[in-house]
Design a protein around this ligand. Sequence first.
Ligand code: ADE
Length: 228
Amino acid sequence: MRIDIISAVPQLLESPFAHSIMKRAIDKGLVKVVFHNLHDYATNKYKQIDDYVFGGGAGLVLMIEPIFRCIEKLKAERNYDAIIFLTPDGELFDQKKANQFSLLQNIILLCGHYKGIDERVRQHLVTHEWSIGDYVISGGELAACVVADAIIRLIPGVLNDETSALSDSFQDGLLSPPVYTRPRNFQGWEVPEVLLSGNHAEIDKWRYEQALKRTQTRRPDLLSKRKG
Ligand code: ADE
């Protein structure tokens, strides 16, 4: 899989891909992540990528030309399955989307910044608009990292133990059950006995019940959405 990320501040993207699971996925060649600095696609000598809002109002808007040039260059090199704009007024990103998009070959993530982006980018250039939640962050970069991480960890071979993505919260519509490690007793706080029993049928049953209970108390909305 290849993920191209277009941004006005690509420095904001660096660290998440330089460590841990995403770095390993890149090093193993399971995903290629390429950053594109919008300033490199500016059309004037000042490397301008934003301008005043037509009609008046505070703040600057990302211009269409640098974005268009960057996307056209990429599209000339390969076919893209999706061009996703990160924006708080987009469709809510969730585990289902992460699963679906982890099967794609090439995607572009486009980060907004400043007051917004020329509407014609949204009308004519992007195929999807996603939000990572009902709050506003300063730009699309952190949202792009969240989306890329959720997708990349699902690519087969990225996680050492492939079943561990399957047992993630949300993967079966339930939150994950609690987990424990040594010591068995910390200041009198004990690990549930069943987990030490070696009885795997009982352990599975306990985990399922805990997942159900946790989902019921914390996210009952997930249970009503869940089929079966
Ligand atoms: N840019 C600013 N806020 C955002 C959000 N909640 N999701 C995606 N992109 C954003």
